[in-house]
Design a protein around this ligand. Structure first.
Ligand code: ZN
Length: 153
């Protein structure tokens, strides 16, 4: 760690404190004796995804995006909207601070974001990815959306 005053690389830590934002260190330069603080942030890494059959795989942004593109075909949703949606999902799973998460969590977060963005795409996505694979389940979900919409109006 370089001293911000004299550029000396000889500094020592005189105090360390932890906060939600990271690790704060109070340092003293061994050359000019001036003191300064640094903040170290943890680098949040994306957890591994645990699939239903217990296999682990890397979080695959492209795969998530391509599923969403299919669900949103011919809906008024731009490629940027979808990129941002995936960004939000990715940052939410990072913020969980876990090394592994079940794939279901990603599905749930994605669906929650999509439901807010466009109910029609949400239903399409649900049919393919959430196993809303019988008409009753799909109808129940559509009924719920309509109730929410009418309730909110
Ligand atoms: Zn210095």
């Amino acid at each position: 760690m370089k001293c911000p005053y004299c550029d000396s690389v000889k500094t020592r830590v005189i105090d360390t404190s932890h906060s939600a934002r990271g690790i704060r260190r109070r340092r003293e330069c061994s050359a000019c004796k001036r003191r300064f603080s640094t903040m170290e942030r943890a680098i949040l890494t994306t957890p591994l995804v645990v699939k239903k059959d217990d296999r682990r795989e890397e979080f695959n942004r492209e795969k998530l995006l391509s599923g969403l593109r299919t669900a949103c075909t011919r809906r008024p949703i731009s490629a940027d909207d979808l990129e941002r949606l995936v960004d939000r999902v990715e940052s939410q799973i990072r913020e969980l601070g876990k090394t592994e998460i079940p794939s279901r969590v990603i599905g749930d977060l994605t669906v929650a974001e999509l439901e807010e963005m466009d109910p029609v795409s949400y239903i399409r996505y649900g049919i393919v990815y959430l196993g809303l694979d019988d008409l009753e389940a799909v109808r129940a979900e559509i009924d719920r959306l309509l109730r929410e919409r009418d309730g909110a109006a």
